[in-house]
Design a protein around this ligand. Structure first.
Ligand code: ZN
Length: 171
């Protein structure tokens, strides 16, 4: 990449600055990503390798390690990663479609049971087979009767977190 898509001017390379991966809809910081900045129109670009694998790792990070109730944007992210429409997720969880919409726009807090079932769905679709038995351990690690959704702390990822040499996705 050497020319700005917007104005055609040449781009300056930026290294060593965490990339705010706002495209995910989440607070995710990607470390070690080369970025480009147009000195003329100030447009910024980044080359994100293996985005599918990256999304999988972000989803796993949310499901395993976010101990508070899921945030609205986390629910939306997980649903989209599973390629489910709101209606499909709603019928899988046994709730109304409007309930899913309200979780995702922040007007209603997700319940304890739906939170755990949604994580279980994602993990069972996504975890490698040898890790699936750990789903129970993940669920047991959450506090009971959670009342609060999470804080928007950044998920920071290094390239090696998703670009493993033996991963077929990392091309
Ligand atoms: Zn430009």
């Amino acid at each position: 990449m050497d020319k700005c898509y917007m104005c055609g001017n040449s781009l300056e390379v930026i290294r060593d600055k965490p990339y705010e991966y706002t495209e995910s809809g989440l607070n995710v910081l990607l470390l070690g990503i080369t970025q480009y900045r147009c000195g003329s129109c100030e447009e910024e670009y980044a080359a994100i390798p293996a985005p599918e694998k990256l999304h999988k790792i972000i989803g796993l990070e949310i499901c395993r390690n976010r101990k508070a109730l899921l945030l609205p944007e986390e629910i939306k992210f997980l649903r989209k990663e599973m390629n489910l429409k709101s209606k499909e997720l709603a019928s899988s969880l046994g709730v109304d479609e409007s309930t899913v919409s309200r979780w995702e726009n922040g007007r209603k807090r997700v319940g304890e049971g739906s939170d755990r079932l949604l994580r279980t769905l994602y993990l069972s679709c996504t975890e490698e087979e040898q890790d699936r038995r750990n789903i129970l351990e993940v669920l047991k690690s959450f506090p009971h009767h959670r009342k609060e959704i999470g804080e928007r702390q950044a998920i920071s990822l290094n390239p090696q977190d998703w670009l493993l040499p033996d991963c077929a996705c990392a091309v």
